[in-house]
Ligand binder design. Structure first.
Ligand SMILES: C[S@@+](CC[C@H](N)C(=O)[O-])C[C@H]1O[C@@H](n2cnc3c(N)ncnc32)[C@H](O)[C@@H]1O
Length: 364
């Protein structure tokens, strides 16, 4: 595959600098340390978001919703009360100061100052976003099979955006999207716009110039100013400015084991080095031995696969994938450990791997 030689970062207007990261995590880290919470700062954030969404909620219900034992949630609540963030009016609720902190520091619905997120998005919102996505997708560049491209349907990318929203991967979150022929960034941007929630910095890394130009044009036209599109061949290391900065990565890698290992490695390098950061990986079903290899590589990189949703993604005419692939939701167990570092020179795409019979012998 030949990539056109151009500067690494293109046409990102000044207002889109990909380095302006939101850091609202000092309080969360402090509380997690004092409450000895194994889930870390992200666990504290989950508790706060549950309270934020519910306004007033019994502690038992928080425990059920976040999947933690009641005494553990009680310890976190105690630490948050000491800091004036939570109060006990008719169950657990945010103090006025707490509300202001979660909105300004954690990005919870900060565009609408006193509104709370409406979970799940209403059917009217979903219809609007679906319709707009379908119109946009109709004009996108045709697939380049040499890059293992195959377009997910607009319905699928909307589902992805909603899944991210439900898992607290959008509000105030810095997110990296590794390859985006599916237009996941556009779905995320449009959904956030409709829900009036503020994203953190969303960065797309892509090597196909047709897509980079298309995504730049669409994000500018639709006013999706939190999304920055950068030209990057993921066989090269991540730009240093992105390493360790992200809360979330999203990828639909080439449909090969080396493709999975490479793209997830770049996502792993981008995540902040702590427990609870999230990866969303779309990947087709493989035979049992390869599934075991794929899962082993994810675990080796320091991820817990916490949910696998079969047939989550549908593709327009993706024969190799049988038209569908699964969604693998990953949570980091600490500082992620990429399997691939530096420049990758091995086989990557389906055709290369078949030709070199390397997918069977891949080390990952
Ligand atoms: C790999 S394709 C997804 C394909 C789908 N999972 C399949 O295998 O049929 C996803 C995106 O990654 C991009 N991509 C492929 N190789 C890349 C590379 N070396 N660097 C950056 N992006 C790449 C593609 O252009 C596309 O937008």
């Amino acid at each position: 595959m030949k990539l056109k030689r151009r500067p690494a970062i293109i046409r990102i207007p000044k207002r889109r600098k990909p380095t302006a990261f939101i850091d609202g995590s000092a309080l969360l880290r402090e509380v997690a340390t004092h409450a000895r919470l194994a889930e870390g700062a992200e666990g504290v954030r989950r508790i706060l978001r549950t309270v934020f969404v519910s306004r007033q909620i019994p502690i038992r219900n928080i425990a059920q919703q976040v999947g933690l034992p009641v005494p553990v949630v009680a310890a976190v609540r105690g630490e948050l009360e000491k800091r004036g963030i939570l109060t006990r009016k008719g169950g657990v609720s945010l103090s006025d100061e707490g509300l202001s902190v979660v909105q300004s520091e954690l990005g919870f619905s900060c565009r609408k100052r006193f509104a709370r997120p409406s979970a799940p998005p209403t059917p009217a919102v979903l219809d609007d976003v679906r319709e707009r996505l379908a119109e946009i997708a109709a004009d996108r560049p045709k697939v380049n099979v040499k890059l293992d491209q195959s377009h997910a349907t607009p319905e699928t990318v909307l589902k992805r955006a909603v899944y991210l929203y439900e898992h607290d991967a959008l509000e105030g979150r810095n997110a990296l999207i590794l390859g985006d022929d599916d237009l996941t960034s556009v779905a995320v941007g449009l959904l956030a716009q409709h829900l009036e929630i503020a994203l953190g910095q969303v960065v797309v890394l892509e090597c196909d110039w047709r897509l980079i130009e298309f995504l730049n044009a669409v994000t500018q036209r639709e006013g999706l100013s939190d999304i920055a599109v950068m030209a990057r061949d993921l066989r090269e290391d991540l730009p240093a400015t992105l390493c360790g900065q992200m809360d979330v990565f999203v990828t639909d890698p080439p449909y090969t084991l080396p493709g999975l290992a490479l793209f997830v490695s770049r996502g792993a390098a981008a995540l902040a080095p702590e427990v609870g950061k999230q990866g969303f990986v779309s990947f087709g079903r493989r035979p049992p031995a390869e599934t075991a290899q794929a899962m082993a590589s994810l675990i080796q990189m320091g991820f817990a696969p916490v949910e696998i949703v079969p047939k989550f993604n549908e593709y327009v005419g993706a024969q190799v994938l049988g038209g569908v692939s699964q969604m693998i939701h990953l949570i980091s167990t600490g500082k992620p450990q990429p399997l691939v570092t530096g420049t990758y020179r091995g086989a990557l795409y389906t055709a290369d791997c078949k030709r070199r019979r390397q997918s069977d012998r891949a080390p990952y």
